[in-house]
Design a binder for this molecule. Structure first.
Ligand code: IVH
Length: 671
């Protein structure tokens, strides 16, 4: 190594250390001027000797240029969500289940703040930050490496001699309260957009296409777990992992604590609730995680969330305001929802002007009148709702809500079926409101992801008679679009390009985009995984559908009814003719157990059949009914019969429950 390259390396290391002391520890040990001098020395060296420049040089935080869009990345291990609890009884039940499943008297928990920001994943290969991405839908997110590199609290390389082959650190990006206030003051002075809350400001900043803009707005990061690992010795507990991440210079919340039993959890909750207002960043609750990773693995997952962790949320914020009017909204499936138009009120971090009243019965039950003073509640990203009425303040002119007999949009009759709480417009896709909602859903970022197809464009396209169903989108031309009011040539081009791009999608997104009643994102993914392609799903019987994890009779019936409808089949056929396609079996190909077939037989000591199946499928494995030469593993419990014999005859690997759990654990490093 030459002297110059040794000097460059020393400078990088020293600067990274002082950067860490300044930004993460808030405890600088050299004056700013000295830091600047070292920084300039490195910059000069790199200018004179470009060969000395490395990706983790502190001069390279804002390296990349603005890009036309983000690329999608598939997470090696899905980024799951957390189950929520609000009441002490829910926390007690969580602890009881953990104790009973683990067969212990008392469980040790790692407690952490629940940051109100955005989950991100940072991948380090051989110690270098090579990729940063958003959580997205949990399976795929957006690649935002260049933006994340601009965060001074994120190390560009790991400060250790022998870094692991791969370490994926997961955590939350957020904007601190003081930074948010300062940003809004600056935005206002420049006549630019004011952000409603720190979370939105952080999200907007992270999704900037120009990293230089991200760099100008202060974002913070806190680590709370890991994802895919190679050559990294995972410590035995969450507490030890956090300590290790701190040693690797990742910011870890000072409020993290270890506690025992449910008393410990509830005491922690109280403590953090009292500290909440004084914290430098927004939190919406706390997170409890079973501390021991071996115990976490034994508890496993239900659907999309771990059984070993729980978010204990703070009660939603409420505020008083007045109802000026009650309108109805026609939803995607024709549901007519009464919506209260409110005197604007600031609650839960945003100004609320509308709140849902859910349905006719709810309006009656809460006895809501137009003109009433009401309590409005908003929590997280959920739609604000009217909680209760201050009856003492009802004015004389207040009047009751009457559900319209005809759809306010298309005039079709409004019907309410026996035993149903929802009233519906009977106009189906003839109702422009339903058509518009269906199109917006189809174009949604988590569905076909057609950027630029928002409320206003959909209104224009439907009202102008250009688009009747989603399939019509793919026939739109530049000429047609440029006739629309307020549509410049550039936006028309962009919209056509976005529609064009959406032709290549995934099966899960496509299923979700169809807007089948009761089929959300998670169910769409499960269906994609189970059926592998659209044709078998379309011809599935309700019995077939009931085999899918988490699909019960109501959902199975909705799916079956949807595909039985000629109009829906026709639209799907036209979409495919227009070139909408997806790779077959894509959903599971990148998961650790994809391509592996399991057969379950006999009774397992701890796991039910359904649990075992769910845990295999979450990692991309398939569970089949019978043993063949293609079976990879047979999992045998007590009283296993002919399937076990057949497995032995065919030489298929037989696992007991403990071996299965070990396999799942190896393939699934907890986060
Ligand atoms: S752990 C398998 N820890 O909550 C669990 N999540 O609902 C993985 N979050 O998307 C998450 N603070 O954005 C975890 N201390 C914390 C967290 C936290 C905030 C967010 C995160 C995640 C969501 C899950």
């Amino acid at each position: 190594m030459t002297d110059l390259s040794a000097r460059a390396r020393t400078l990088r290391e020293v600067l990274a250390l002082h950067n860490y002391r300044y930004h993460v520890l808030d405890d600088p040990t050299i004056p700013d001027a000295q830091y600047d001098a070292l920084y300039q020395e490195l910059q000069q060296l790199e200018t004179l000797h470009p060969e000395l420049l490395t990706a983790d040089s502190p001069t390279q935080r804002v390296g990349a240029h603005a890009r036309p869009g983000f690329t999608q990345v598939t997470h090696r291990i899905p980024m799951l969500s957390l189950n929520n609890g609000f009441l002490n009884s829910e926390i007690e039940a969580f602890d009881r289940r953990a104790r009973e499943s683990l067969g212990v008297d008392c469980v040790e928990y790692a407690c952490e703040p629940k940051f109100d920001g955005l989950a991100v994943s940072l991948t380090y290969e051989k110690g270098l930050l090579v990729q940063g991405s958003t959580r997205g839908d949990g399976e795929t997110g957006e690649e935002v490496t260049a933006n994340l590199r601009t965060l001074h609290t994120i190390p560009l390389s790991l400060p250790i001699k022998n870094p692991p082959e791969r370490l994926e650190v997961r955590g939350e990006v957020l904007m601190q309260k003081a930074d948010f206030e300062a940003l809004n003051i600056a935005q206002k002075a420049r006549g630019e957009k004011i952000f409603v809350n720190p979370r939105n400001a952080a999200a907007g900043t992270l999704r900037q296409l120009d990293p230089a803009l991200t760099a100008r707005r202060p974002l913070s990061f806190f680590a709370y777990g890991v994802g895919a690992l190679e050559g990294f010795a995972l410590p035995a507990t969450q507490g030890a992992l956090m300590a290790q991440l701190a040693l690797l210079h990742f910011p870890v919340a000072a409020e993290c604590a270890l506690v025992s039993g449910v008393e410990g959890l509830l005491a922690y909750f109280k403590r953090i609730q009292n500290a909440r207002a004084a914290l430098p960043y927004d939190i919406d609750g706390v997170v409890y995680k079973v501390n021991d990773f071996a115990q976490q693995a034994r508890l496993g997952f239900v659907s999309r969330a771990p059984r070993f962790a729980l978010a204990h949320k703070f009660p939603a914020e409420e505020a008083l305001t007045e109802i000026m009017e009650i309108d109805v909204q026609v939803g995607r499936t024709g549901t007519i929802t009464p919506v209260a138009r409110l005197k604007p009120v600031f609650v839960g971090g945003v100004t609320v002007t509308n709140a849902t009243l859910h349905n006719e019965d709810e309006v009656r039950r809460k006895d809501v009148h137009v003109g009433d003073t009401v309590w409005v509640r908003r929590a997280g990203d959920v739609i604000p709702e009217v909680v209760s009425v201050e009856l003492g303040q009802r004015p004389v002119h207040a009047h009751a809500f009457v559900m319209p007999t005809h759809c306010p949009v298309c005039g079709s009759q409004v019907i309410r079926e026996e035993g149903e709480s929802a009233s519906r417009c009977s106009g189906g896709l003839f109702c422009p409101a339903q058509r518009k909602e269906a199109l917006l859903h189809f174009a949604h970022r988590r569905a076909m992801d057609i950027e630029g197809l928002g409320d206003k464009r959909v209104d224009q396209l439907v009202d102008g008679g250009w688009v009747h169903s989603s399939a019509d989108l793919y026939g739109l031309t530049m000429e047609q679009l440029s006739q629309l009011p307020l549509m410049g040539e550039k936006s028309a081009e962009n919209l056509i390009a976005a529609i064009q791009r959406s032709r290549t999608t995934t099966l899960a997104r496509f299923i979700f985009s169809l807007g089948i009643r009761n089929v959300g994102e998670a169910t769409a993914r499960d269906l994609a995984r189970q059926f592998g392609d659209l044709a078998p799903l379309m011809s599935a019987s309700t019995e077939d559908l009931l085999q899918v994890p988490d699909v019960g009779p109501v959902v199975a019936q909705s799916i079956h009814d949807f595909f039985a409808e000629g109009h829906n089949r026709e639209v799907i056929e036209r979409l495919q003719q227009q070139g909408v396609h997806w790779p077959i079996h894509e959903a599971s190909s990148t998961l650790p157990l994809s391509g592996k077939t399991f057969v379950l037989t006999g009774t397992l000591p701890h796991l039910s059949r359904d649990e075992a199946r769910a845990r295999i499928e979450v990692l991309g494995g398939k569970v089949a009914g019978s043993v063949s030469a293609k079976t990879h593993y047979v999992v045998a419990g007590s009283e296993a019969g002919s399937k076990l014999e057949r497995a032995q005859a065919l030489g298929v690997t037989v696992l007991d429950e403990a071996q299965l759990l070990l396999l799942l654990k190896q393939e699934h490093s907890p986060s």
